[in-house]
Design a protein around this ligand. Structure first.
Ligand code: C5P
Length: 225
């Protein structure tokens, strides 16, 4: 068990800085996540740049709009050849279905492999995930045909019960002694994996560390073996 589970959140506002960090940290991560900040700063070109470096790319724009808009935006994103794309579960079943249709169509038309469409359930920056809301969002993700979901480590037990076949992605990773920043439902990488997480989103624990390479090596060590 190791780096294939780790997703590097490149929350930077500059493509040069982001790709430099991605290059330094490639020994520790196979997936690079492009969120609103980096996509806003650098646009689709950064997805190609990261793919050229050998990364699988996670496009994390948490789409939430009317179904037609989400479908059309997803077609564009699918053509970029990402491995994962996120949708906000609050958008509902029809929106998620439209997004997945557009995403798969864009990927197939571009000759790319089909990405995993992930539904964001309840953000890990919220103090607690209401059980009923979590169940509703997971249920909608399953019905719409999502391949996975994003949830906090503490939500995994319930989520696995409701959607055993879906891939789980867990952000809010904080090692002992580090600050939580704006995250509330946090866990260490080891705890999240022990609770059954398939992938971990790792951001500031590594990217804001005084020595990101050292922090990444320590994280990988903590989850190996
Ligand atoms: O580890 P750190 O808190 O820096 O990671 C935050 C990253 O995880 C951000 O890119 C954020 O968008 C993402 N994320 C999150 N909670 C979710 C989904 C994604 O924090 N539910």
């Amino acid at each position: 068990m190791g780096k294939e589970r780790l997703i590097l959140a490149l929350d930077l506002d500059d493509q040069v800085a982001a790709t430099r960090m991605a290059a330094e940290l490639h020994p520790y991560f196979e997936v690079a996540k492009v969120g609103l900040e980096l996509f806003g700063a650098a646009g689709p070109g950064v997805v190609y740049a990261l793919r050229d470096m050998g990364y699988r790319v996670f496009i994390d724009l948490k789409l939430h709009d009317i179904p037609n808009t989400v479908e059309r935006a997803s077609r564009v994103l699918g053509s970029l050849g990402p491995a994962f794309v996120t949708y906000h579960g609050a958008g509902g079943e029809e929106m998620l279905r439209a997004g997945i249709a557009g995403l798969f169509d864009g990927a197939s038309s571009g000759g790319e492999s089909l990405p995993l469409a992930l539904a964001v359930t309840v953000l890990t920056s919220e103090g607690s995930a209401n059980e009923a809301l979590m169940a509703e969002r997971i249920g909608v993700a399953v019905k719409a045909g999502c391949q996975g979901y994003v949830a906090g480590a503490s939500d995994l037990k319930a989520a696995h019960g409701l959607a055993p076949a879906l891939v789980s992605v867990v952000p809010g990773i904080r090692e002992a002694g580090s600050t939580r920043d704006d995250q509330r439902r946090t866990a260490t990488a080891r705890e999240a994996l022990d609770l059954g997480a398939d992938y971990l989103v790792v951001g500031r624990t590594v990217t804001a560390a005084p020595d990101p390479i050292k922090a990444a090596a320590a994280l990988l060590q903590a989850i190996s073996g």
